[in-house]
Design a protein around this ligand. Sequence first.
Ligand code: C2O
Length: 541
Amino acid sequence: STTRYYDFKLQNNTITKLCQTRNIITVNGLFPGPTIYAQEGDRVIVRVTNAMQYNASIHWHGVRQHFSGWFDGPAYITQCPIQPGHSFTYEFTLYQQKGTLFWHAHISWLRATVNGAIVIYPQSGVPYPYTFPYEEHVLILGEWWNADPEVLEKQILSSGGPPNVSDAYLINGHPGPLYNCSSQDTFVINAVPGKTYLLRIINAALNIEHFFGIANHNLMVVAVDGEYVKQFQTRAISIAPGQTTEVLVTIDKSCNGNYYMGIGPYMFANVSINSVPSLAILSCSSPSSAPSSIIPKPKLPGRNDTQFIRKYVRSLRSLSIADNAEPVPQTVDKSLIYAVGLNLNACPTNQSCGAPNNTKFEASINNVTFQRPPLAMLQAFYFGKNGSFTPNFPDTPLHPYDFTGNPPSNLQSFLGTKADVIKFNSNVQIVLQGTSLVSKENHPIHLHGFSFYVVGYGTGNFQPSDSTAFNLADPPLMNTVGVPAGGWVAIRFKANNPGVWFMHCHLEIHTSWGLATALVVKNGEKHDEILPRPPADLPPC
Ligand code: C2O
């Protein structure tokens, strides 16, 4: 194995999109940021220097940080932020993992412009379980605001109201021809007819789940969240913020013009959304041939096509209980039920708030609205300090629940920084139950530090008897799973990685509203079951 060194400099750059010029924060002047290329088993060392005005931290999304939890990155969870003018060096091993992952800033809304791909190839000589592609491309789906996202987040939180709609959806930083001033600001892949391409698709958008498709082509799904799945064909994929999907596409033999690839939103609560889907071009035209005037667009499922999503997620099956993955836990040592969703909380007196009936939007898990601690939780845990969190997160919802009928009159939650504490090596099951108290939404829940098996899905309320139908044979291994709108999802994993692991909705506004918690996994007893000491340059609080 090799060591890969990267230097990331967070800095201001001027960029023009949609006819407006503004300053954005980038890594090394690139938007999206640089791709990290490595092989399974490699050591990755990234020196991050903060040469801009905001606090920063970087998270390596999907990297399991095996016994390296100090380098996971979420601000106030595993580290305090890197302050302007300072740097911190992240160091970790890509232990038993490969595929497509990504990195992003993990503090306030900085990840809107601070994100990039991580591509991990198999070790030399280890074949792909599919046709070797002729070429591969990374497609990062993003979201663009004409305003500074850092400022927007503060405005939304102080108004208590819903977030502004973003001004464009992006593919590799480009809005595509349907947006104002953007006909040249369109991403293009040049393709050869008859050849097979691997697309590594990453949803780095802040707040939008998407469908993706290519006109006149089917997609063969081969991996999600960096783990192989049994291949299946589909006309479109669904991909939530925090998820990655690898697809193969074989270019039509008779292709001699352009086809559009495109993304369109799923379940955006704001019906007044005026954004059009973003398009990119798959081009087979030889430079000499004139591009045809009418370019076919992909047919994507509709904005409310929950049926499509249900069918799609059920076709995700792990390829095999592969070589190096942990087996599916057949028994459970620690069983948790987490009710996730939005709340309408009291508006501070003497203020007027933007949610219905002068309330403010917040979000919670088991009625606890996550409050950012003053001291990073991992430091508090490691050094036994008080004042960061309390180890009393409720294992089940506080009240007996029925999330199918009329919402209860009390939609409130309570601020707190609480964590569930888990014994090393226990088999954990978490049922994520959507509360649908305020609206029926899909919540892409991401867990740091682990990949988990998605063993069951259902609509309505989870019942203990539902577990008899769990798939314990070939469930997909993921790091971000959609809790279905008006339903639940069950996940299992072995808690074999000590540390403090953030778990939150990857719709960034929901995390801002408090839809987050952390799992504390204790050290084991053997000498190799203990989290090492923190690095000397860990940013102080
Ligand atoms: Cu990709 Cu905690 O996030």
